[in-house]
Design a protein around this ligand. Structure first.
Ligand SMILES: Nc1ncnc2c1ncn2[C@@H]1O[C@H](COP(=O)(O)OP(=O)(O)OP(=O)(O)O)[C@@H](O)[C@H]1O
Ligand SMILES: [Mg+2]
Length: 322
């Protein structure tokens, strides 16, 4: 891994307007709120957190599918957050987002061949013959037979749809791939094959992954580092082993306590997370986790905690974490 991060995110926010029935804006939904992180070339950074905490919005804002409200996204040395889509296209070609729902990224009326040719038609000047050659190469790399080229999305399985989704992205030779819930909805044996495929492709194509998932056991297995999100913020980030063995933030502790374990004690039996998170349109003052936190003190309502770097391999945004 080189010292210069391939992707650096600084103070990135994406706020969606909340409107009443007359379309007047009555507030903001802070889906991603002041997120900073770095990803080194060749690493796998996991992004975990409850449903609705902003994982997909973070991925889509990095990718330019959503325009950032504020902040910087420095990818391979270029700040792409403020650029118009046509200006950033040539940089973003190497940064790709793999949709949470593989069916959604494939047009049901198109054959797999058409779906795989399309990004090459949009982004490159390759002739049809060269495109076909690239498509066949990538199809082989993701482990699908060439006979699949003439099939339609509904004629292949969910696991195969994921492979096609991945192939579509790989045709553009990306350096960073954002995988959004890449194994959800697959049965365990297919999950394992797909995970191995990610690792093989990472080696073959020199990829860096942002791995968005709420499946903590998968994240533990394949990620080098992990970022834990709560209501649009990163509350803890660090080496996977450190975060899983000694979680510092009470939210991380409660997430890990919820993983079912066979044998052995749970990481922290004392914290089981209860209730729903507060609405992202109406956040509590100070620390946004304080309304569900077993350790909350008066200070937590007054001051929003910053990420503290008090441990060798992790940082946590909590006034009282030890
Ligand atoms: N296009 C949009 N317009 C308005 N609000 C949105 C939009 N997209 C997402 N949101 C809101 O932003 C918040 C974060 O959503 P997001 O999809 O990023 O969550 P997530 O962490 O990916 O959840 P999941 O694990 O269920 O996929 C949610 O409250 C959601 O309702
Ligand atoms: Mg999502």
């Amino acid at each position: 891994m080189s010292a210069e991060p391939i992707l650096r995110v600084e103070g990135l926010s994406k706020h969606f307007p909340v409107r009443n029935v007359w379309k007047r804006r009555i507030g903001w939904l802070r889906a991603v709120d002041d997120v900073s992180l770095e990803v080194s070339r060749g690493e796998i950074l996991g992004i975990v957190g409850e449903s609705g905490c902003g994982k997909s919005t973070l991925g889509k804002t990095l990718m330019g599918i959503h325009t950032a409200t504020s902040g910087h996204v420095v990818f391979e040395g270029h700040d792409i957050a403020g650029l118009k889509p046509h200006q950033s296209r040539k940089y973003r070609e190497h940064l790709q987002y793999c949709y949470q729902d593989p069916g959604a990224s494939l047009d049901p009326r198109w054959t797999i061949r058409s779906s795989l040719h399309e990004p090459l038609i949009v982004h490159t000047a390759l002739k049809e013959e060269q495109r076909e050659q690239r498509v066949r190469e990538i199809l082989r790399a993701v482990g699908l037979p060439e006979t699949h080229l003439d099939l339609y999305p509904h004629e292949i399985s969910g696991g195969q749809q994921r492979r096609v989704g991945l192939a579509r992205i790989l045709t553009l030779k990306p350096s960073v791939v954002i995988l959004d819930e890449p194994t959800s909805g697959l049965d365990v044996s297919v999950q394992a094959t797909i995970l191995n495929l990610f690792l093989d492709l990472q080696r073959a194509f020199g990829l860096t992954y942002l791995f968005i998932s709420h499946d903590l056991s998968v994240v533990r297995l394949i990620c080098d580092r992990v970022a834990v999100m709560y209501l649009g913020r990163i509350v803890e980030i660090g080496a996977t082993q450190a975060v899983f063995e000694t979680p510092r933030h009470p939210y991380t502790q409660s997430l890990l306590a919820a993983i079912p374990k066979i044998g052995g004690p749970r990481v922290t039996d004392s914290f089981a997370l209860e209730g729903e998170p507060p609405s992202p349109t109406n956040l509590p003052s100070g620390c946004r986790f304080r309304t569900r936190c077993p350790m909350a003190q008066p200070l937590c309502a007054e001051q929003e905690p910053a990420l503290r770097a008090d441990w060798p391999a992790q940082r946590a945004a909590c006034h009282f974490a030890e």
